[in-house]
Ligand binder design. Structure first.
Ligand code: HXC
Length: 257
């Protein structure tokens, strides 16, 4: 692959996808996004993989969409390309995705991190939606996801000025789970992914889906969705195994069935 490095498995059940355009701070050109989505879709269907970590390098997770590539596009080019269809594929992934962020996570880079289920940040991480400074606005979910994550007033402030905010601020505002020293952020994300990968896969999948419904449904509908998934898991072998293992005081063996 030309714009990505895939390591699988890097821990039992875990795949690591590294964005790899260091010369442009991992700017997300169309070829990279196509490779990324194809890779994620195939990992989602890979029985060996149960959790996926996406990372960049120390300097940049990703500095946004590739400005040089899109600078000359017309609105009709954009409409025909419909590049955000690709991003919708990431949203539909069933397996948990963890972003391990160091350095810049800007524009589309911040949006990609927010599309992930969990963000682990290095102390060096800088987040932002600087699109306003180049005459546009976020297009891959930034106005919606940043606002839901950090609240309207802060999202307005940062989206309307394009200013960056630090890992510490992102942690205090609930955008990221944890901030760790630069030498530990990837390790921390991989360990978390390995822990999730050791859980019963069907329950992980339905838990992820249920949490994500918070953004789409009313409380009443969300509770109903969760309840149906809870009931459904009682049809799985893993539910029988998990509860039996608890009572027999032994470690459960998950089958993903
Ligand atoms: C294309 C980019 C890029 C980008 C950096 N580069 N960001 N190329 N698209 N988004 C390139 C630079 O042109 C430069 O190439 C090299 O990477 C190193 O960057 P420098 O600017 O020299 O580094 P530095 O001075 O450290 O500044 C870092 C930076 C700055 C603050 C991150 O690069 C920057 O402001 N980048 C743009 C950030 C941005 O506006 N992102 C939003 C994009 S719009 P050369 O060839 O000169 O060495 C967007 C829309 C989302 O994301 C829609 C959904 C996909």
């Amino acid at each position: 692959m030309s714009h990505l490095i895939l390591e699988k498995p890097i821990r039992p059940g875990v795949a690591l996808v590294r964005l790899n355009r260091p010369e442009s701070l991992n700017a997300l050109n169309r070829a990279l996004v196509a490779e990324l989505t194809d890779t994620l879709v195939s990992l989602d269907a890979d029985p060996e993989i149960r959790a996926i970590v996406i990372t960049g390098n120390e300097r940049a997770f990703a500095a946004g969409a590739d400005i040089k590539e899109m600078a000359g596009d017309s609105a009709i080019d954009m409409l025909i390309l419909d590049q955000f269809q690709r991003w919708d594929q990431i949203k539909r992934l069933k397996k948990p995705l963890i972003a391990a962020v160091s350095g810049y996570a800007l524009g589309g880079g911040c949006e990609l991190a927010m599309l992930c289920d969990i963000i682990i940040a290095s102390e060096t991480a800088q987040f932002g939606q600087p699109e306003i400074k180049i005459g546009v606005i976020p297009g891959a979910g930034g106005t919606q996801r940043l606002t839901r994550a950090i609240g309207k007033s802060r999202a307005m402030e940062y989206i309307l000025t394009g200013r960056f905010f630090s890992a510490k601020q992102a942690e205090a505002w609930g955008l990221v789970s944890r901030v760790v020293p630069p030498e530990l952020y990837l390790e921390e994300a991989l360990n978390l992914a390995a822990e999730i990968a050791s859980m019963p896969p069907l329950a992980v999948q339905l838990a992820k889906q249920s949490v994500n419904k918070v953004y789409e449904l009313s409380l009443e509908e969300g509770l109903h969705f969760e309840r149906k998934n809870f009931y459904l898991l009682f049809a799985s072998e893993d539910q029988k195994e998990g509860m039996r293992a608890f009572m027999e005081k032994r470690t459960p063996q998950w089958k993903g069935k």
